[in-house]
Structure formats: C-alpha cells, structure tokens
Design a protein around this ligand. Structure first.
Ligand SMILES: Nc1ncnc2c1ncn2[C@@H]1O[C@H](COP(=O)(O)OP(=O)(O)OP(=O)(O)O)[C@@H](O)[C@H]1O
Length: 492
C-alpha cells in the first residue's frame, strides 16, 4: 500500500519546475501591479489587507472612548478621567500633577493622566491597558479631540462591557461624591469649553438669613425633586427643576445658589449668556454639562435677547458692558427661544437630575414667556431683611442668639428697607464686640431711615409741583389727579 502511494506523488523535478513557474508568475504580477497601480493606492490596499488579517488573527481588542458622544460630553470618558488617576501604579512612566488656586500647597498635588502614557488595571483576572490620545483639530474654533483606548483580550470583550465599564462608572461616582470640593464651571469663550475651578463657597441653608418657612420649603422641594425620578417619567416631564430667584441686589440670591449647591452636592455651571455666540453654541454647551448639576444664569434681565424689552432692559443693567460688546451681543447672542428650548422644549430631555436657576433684580423686565406657569417651576422672592433674618445674621456674625438691643433693631428693620448684605456689612465691622456692633447697626438703620424719609418728602414735593404745573396747563383730568394722589400716597 505505501509503495503504491509513493508512486503517485509528483517527482522532485516536477515540484521544482512548478515552484519556478509560480515564482515567475508572482514576479510578473508584481511588476504589472507596480507599473499599473500608483504607489499610494498600493499602500492603501496593502494596509487594508494587513488590517483585515491582523484583526482576524490578533488576540487583542480595543475600545475607543472619545470625549464627546453625539451632541454632548461622553460620560464614560468623564468616568475614566476620574477613575484612572486613582489607579496609576508603578508600571506607568508618567503622571500629570497640579494644584489649582484653592488647593493647599502643603497637601499632595492632584493627579491627572498624561497623553500616551499607558495605565494598567487588573479587574476580575483580566489585564487591561488604557492610553489617552489627543487628536489636534486644524480649526481653531474647535477643541482638540481626546480619546481613551482600552485594550483587552478579544475573549474578554463582553466581560469588559458588562462588568468593567459599569464598575468604572460606579467607582467614579463614589470618588466624586467623596471628593471634598465641588466644582464651578465657567464658559471659556475662546476654546468653547467649560473651565472648572474648585467651588468652596461657605454658604449653607444654616447661614442664610431668610424666613425659616421659605428655607424649609426650598429644602423640601429639593428633597422631593431628587426622590421623584419615577414621577417625572410617569408624567412625561424631563427630570429637571427650575428656580427663578428675584429681588433687590444684596438680598442673598447668589448665596442661596451656593447653599443649594452645597446642600445637593451638585457642581455649578455658571453661564454668562452674553458671552455665548449663538443658539447652536448654547446647545452644545448645555449638552456638555453633567447630570446632578446646577445651571446658573445670573442677572438674566441683562441678557441680550432674553428680556422683554431688549433696549430698556440693557440700559438699566448695572454692570453693563461697553458699547462695542453690546452691539456685538445684540447682533449675535442667544435667543429667548434657544434658551426656552432647554427649559421645557425638546432639548430639555437631554440629561437628567438637573437644576436650572435664573436670578434677576428686575423680574418685571423678563419676557412673559419666561414667566409663564410651568417654565420656571418655583419663583422665589429674596426680600429685604426681616427680624428673623437679622437674628440669623447676628448668630452667624456675632455668635449671639439674644441681646437687649434686638427689640429696637427689630422695630427699625420692620419700618425700613435694608438688605441682609447691608446688615451683614455692619455686623462684620466690629464682630468681636457684639454691643458695639449692634449699636453701629442701630446708627446705620437710623441714618437710613432718615434718608428714606427725606427721599419720600422730596418725592412728594416733586409730584405735588408736577401736579400744579399740569393743572395750570389745564391738561389734567380729575381721574388722573386721583390716580396721582394714590401714587403719591403709596410713595410716602
Ligand atoms: N439672605 C442672606 N443671608 C446671609 N447673607 C447674606 C444674605 N444676603 C446677602 N448676604 C451677604 O451679602 C453678600 C452679598 O449677597 P449676594 O451676592 O448673595 O446677594 P445677591 O442678591 O445675589 O446680590 P446681586 O443681585 O447683587 O448679585 C453675601 O456675601 C452675603 O455675605
């Protein structure tokens, strides 16, 4: 049997001649390809063939996690950014370190990931390798793209997706919760990005001088907002809560925002609407804010197109920009509809568990569309100081709960309009001597009272002169006179 099989095998000379003709054919094909196919095309085909075969035979698999996902920030990227600095071990050859303004320089610096540095992680017996890459964009308006590559064994791919990624998200959330400080983000116009800074505002509900019932109401409202995820879903609403804080300057609107952030442990995104070029930039900015955060737009009445009467609103804005900026903002800027889209329009469903806060000193200047029921869920008036507010400030600034001068101060505070900021300012002057501080406050309130009375008398005289003038001209109607009297009485 074996000799018969050997007989059927081709001879050595046949094999050699077959090899020679195949080699000659291959060389001929190669020469034809070299002559006819351009070099770039050849390289492209070769790389494709390599990719296909390498992917097929390689035992490795790579997950690519870009910093953006659809129109917003990629939360998986953020989670990796938080998690990875905590596992940088001896196998890594570099690490990014730094301090921000609020860090204690005697403490170890904060850690970050350097581009191209390899970070190894072990999870449930899998050996995983992370690298951060940077892709520079040619367009100066667009930010560079950052991405993480996570390499694992092909056979572990499913486990990485189902076990490792959820583990990273959960760990990152825990790290963020435990981290001492919150962040406040401001919009950096030149690179169209949010710039974070540590947020260490000391205001809490405890230190706020407000009516206790109002404080309680806000805290309860925040608590029920967090607990009502299912409710929001069941009624078909985005899981968001909008607060409009209005009232005179110095009544604690910003302090209340800080107290809410500290109470909820939410980061704050502080947006100056005037610095946003268009609705599309606003959209991309708002979609890149994180869940469990506060979007704050202060002095909304000063925003170019968001007020009821744009020109009037801007003229009265205390900290208005110069003429040039104003013209530019009026030409470009965010529109009211662009903003409303995020409050309760289609875009409002982007992200969840978010609080939107607008503050204004002039609620009457806002477009009625912004004030319509259901737009901003809660309107909170931050008013002048009350006796209860004063007691809170006295406790915080002077460390006292009662004093014989409190009664006199209560009476004065009830009769004049004084802001908590003014009271706090007076108490701060001599905070180690409560009696002197309280006497200083009484003096201040008395002089303010005198000023108010004088202003009222002046106003009364002015109106009376005007009335006389109009009567002389014979243009005044009896009904108008009556109305004017009422106003005058109101002012006094
Ligand atoms: N209700 C308050 N409780 C405690 N402190 C207050 C209160 N209101 C004002 N203050 C004190 O006055 C300072 C200014 O207050 P804040 O900036 O919060 O007022 P605002 O209403 O936001 O003013 P603006 O409208 O000018 O922004 C704060 O630093 C705080 O110390």
């Amino acid at each position: 049997m074996a000799p018969a099989m050997l007989k059927e095998l081709p001879s050595v000379s046949t094999l050699l001649s077959a090899y020679a003709s195949i080699s000659a054919m291959a060389m001929l094909i190669r020469t034809i390809i070299n002559e006819m196919v351009p070099e770039r095309m050849r390289k492209y085909i070769a790389s494709k063939i390599y990719d296909l075969t390498a992917a097929y035979f390689s035992t490795k698999f790579t997950f690519v996690i870009e910093d953006r996902w659809h129109a917003g920030d990629n939360q998986m990227f953020r989670a990796a950014e938080v998690y990875l600095p905590t596992i940088i071990g001896p196998s890594s050859n570099s690490i990014l370190v730094g301090f921000d303004e609020s860090s204690d320089p005697l403490e170890p610096p904060k850690r970050g990931i350097t581009v191209d540095c390899k970070i190894r992680d072990d999870f449930e017996g899998m050996h995983l390798e992370w690298t951060l890459s940077l892709i520079e964009t040619k367009n100066s308006y667009l930010r560079n793209k950052r991405l993480f590559n996570l390499t694992c064994k092909k056979s572990e791919r499913d486990r990485v997706e189902q076990r490792y990624f959820p583990y990273i998200n959960k760990t990152a959330q825990a790290i963020l919760r435990e981290s001492e400080s919150l962040s406040i983000y401001t919009y950096e116009q030149y690179c169209s990005m949010w710039e974070p800074t540590d947020f260490k505002h000391p205001a809490t509900f405890e230190t706020l001088a407000m009516e206790p019932e109002l404080k309680e109401f806000i805290m309860k409202d925040l608590d029920s907002f967090v607990e009502r995820k299912e409710f929001f879903e069941s009624v078909g609403r985005a899981w968001k809560r909008g607060y409009l804080l209005y009232g005179p300057p110095g009544t604690g609107k910003s302090s209340l925002v800080a107290a809410i952030a500290n109470y909820m442990r939410y980061d704050v995104y502080d947006l100056q609407v005037q610095s946003v070029r268009s609705d599309s930039v606003l959209r991309s900015l708002l979609t890149s804010t994180t869940n469990q955060s506060i979007l704050l737009i202060e002095d909304i009445d000063c925003s170019t197109t968001v007020t009821h009467n744009r020109t009037k609103g801007r003229e009265n804005c205390e900290d208005d920009e110069d003429e040039l900026t104003r013209k530019r903002a009026a030409k470009l800027g965010v529109t009211l509809s662009g903003l409303l889209n995020f409050i309760d329009g289609l875009w409002s469903s982007c992200g969840h568990e978010r609080i939107i806060i607008f503050t204004t000193n002039h609620k009457e200047k806002l477009d009625p569309a912004l004030l319509r029921p259901g737009r901003m869920d809660v309107h909170i008036y931050m008013g002048y100081c009350t006796p209860a507010g004063f007691r809170k400030l006295a406790a915080s600034y002077l460390g006292i709960k009662d004093h014989e001068l409190f009664g006199c101060i209560d009476d004065l505070i009830k009769s004049i309009q004084v802001t908590p900021a003014e009271v706090a300012q007076q108490l701060m002057m001599i905070s180690d001597e409560p009696r002197l501080a309280l006497e200083g406050l009484i003096e201040f309130l008395n002089s303010k009272n005198k000023d108010t009375e004088e202003a009222a008398v002046e106003e009364k005289m002015k109106s009376s002169k005007e009335r006389k003038k109009r009567r002389l001209k014979g243009k005044i109607q009896i009904s108008e006179l009556a109305l004017s009297e009422t106003r005058c009485m109101y002012l006094t």
